[in-house]
Design a protein around this ligand. Structure first.
Ligand SMILES: Cc1ncc(COP(=O)(O)O)c(C=O)c1O
Length: 433
């Protein structure tokens, strides 16, 4: 008699090629078939529960099966499931765009809908290049920070810097160059990195369309964190050298860093901001590129001048996804989420103090609702992240370390008791390595 979990796993393995996975691993590593979710918990087919400490790849903000979001999507489902956005529009897209313009940095006035994070980055890169071209300038090179991650379609991969994902595809990539990310969260490190950026801009700015960065936290690059001073300086320099600044807030947006958007820490307004993940509360694929009137106006002319941005995706601005996003923003409007997160963030901060005394812990760092514990003394081949992952699952917690960096990025609805469990499991896992 096979268990429900194993039947489901078998049927899956027969036909599904999973993302970011060496499928052979599943000869020994069981897949976890999830039947349902509620709050921070995911439930498998045998009733085991797992605290979703990584918000299902950083998307979930207010828990699984959230009532407010469910109801809004249900209502939309009976009204309009989808319509193309070229030549047509619909209420959720219009309302959401107005709200996004109101809450994002002041110069961002236009919303271009896309349908996932990487595609938003692609669209932002193309828009930036095309903007300069429309103004008579050919600038095919993009700058990004060392250790960055912006997605995995070809353009997005080109401006990333995680060798594991990028190296194989090197011959396919678009023109890109990396400038140093600040090495830590200090102002001195930010100043040093800014000097590196200025040097490159002095030499290359005539061919550079944009600098793209993940403000304050480089997610897939191991939750590396840096000081907002860098953002202030990068904004000044990019303006000075006629280079766009693209703030990729796909992971950092919607409160993850402690403020609604990470750019607020530096009080800057970028030329483009990409948003996805938390935008729909973790429900449906949707993304946006926010940009300025200046960028928008460079494309605005008679059709036969051929300056339009002719970029599209079938599911652009899907009404169900926009409704999920509207419900998500409603939750932010109706209670003091960021204030409550501040309390939780301090609670987590105090609880993780004890990790610092473990001999295999190199650093504990935190920015808002993201807390990372970096381990030391292990080789990549040891795959210690995988060992922590397996141990945590056996204890009912979904952690998904990035190499030797264990991190917590839970839904904001997590309770103190659930935080205690999440942290205790990680602590024991790290201690017994
Ligand atoms: C900063 C950042 N940009 C872009 C992406 C790509 O988003 P998606 O996975 O939806 O393509 C990610 C995904 O993790 C991300 O963290």
């Amino acid at each position: 008699m096979y268990s429900k979990n194993s039947v489901m796993m078998q049927r899956d393995i027969e036909v599904i090629w999973h993302p970011c996975t060496q499928m052979k691993d599943h000869e020994t590593l069981p897949l976890i078939p999830i039947k349902s979710g509620k709050g921070v918990y995911l439930y498998d087919f045998e009733g085991n529960s797992y605290i979703d400490a990584v918000s299902s790849w950083w998307v979930n903000l207010f828990g699984h099966a959230n009532e407010t979001i469910n109801n809004k999507i249900k209502a939309q489902l009976d009204t309009l499931e989808h319509v193309l956005l070229a030549g047509f529009t619909h209420e959720p897209a219009v309302e959401l765009a107005h709200k996004l313009v109101n809450i994002t940095p002041k110069e961002l006035k236009k919303v271009f809908y896309v349908d996932n994070g990487s595609s938003a980055v692609e669209a932002a890169l193309k828009m930036s290049y095309h903007y300069h071209l429309n103004l008579g300038k050919r600038k095919p090179l993009f700058l990004s920070l060392t250790n960055s991650y912006h997605g995995e379609t070809i353009g997005a991969l080109s401006v990333g810097d995680v060798a594991l994902y990028k190296e194989t595809y090197e011959p396919l990539l678009i023109a890109n160059m990396q400038v140093p990310v600040p090495r830590d969260q200090s102002e001195a490190a930010a100043d040093e990195a800014l000097r590196g950026l200025e040097k490159v801009l002095q030499e290359k700015s005539h061919e550079v369309a944009a600098l793209i960065l993940e403000p304050l936290i480089q997610g897939a690059g191991g939750m590396h964190m840096y000081n907002p001073t860098y953002l202030v300086g990068a904004r000044v320099l990019t303006k000075q050298y006629d280079v766009h600044l693209i703030a990729d807030e796909i992971m950092t947006g919607f409160g993850r860093t402690g403020k609604m958007f990470a750019c607020e820490y530096a009080d800057i307004s970028p030329d483009f901001m990409t948003l996805s993940k938390g935008l729909t509360g973790g429900y449906l694929p949707l993304s946006v590129v926010m940009t300025t009137d200046d960028v928008y106006n460079a494309f605005y002319c008679d059709y036969n001048e051929y300056k339009a941005f002719l970029h599209s995706h079938s599911y652009t601005g899907n009404p169900l996804a926009c409704s999920a996003a509207l419900a998500t923003l409603e939750i932010f409007e109706q209670s003091d989420i960021l204030g409550e997160n501040k309390r939780k963030q301090n609670y987590i901060k105090n609880k993780v103090e004890k990790f610092k005394s473990l001999s295999n812990v190199k650093e504990v760092r935190q920015q808002g609702m993201v807390t990372a514990i970096e381990l030391k003394g292990y080789k990549a081949e040891e795959r210690i992240g995988l060992r922590i992952y397996e141990y945590a699952l056996s204890q009912g917690v979904l952690l998904r370390p990035l190499g030797h960096v264990i991190y917590f990025m839970p839904p904001y609805t997590i309770t103190d008791e659930e935080i205690d469990k999440m942290i205790e499991v990680a602590y024991k896992g790290i201690k017994k390595l």
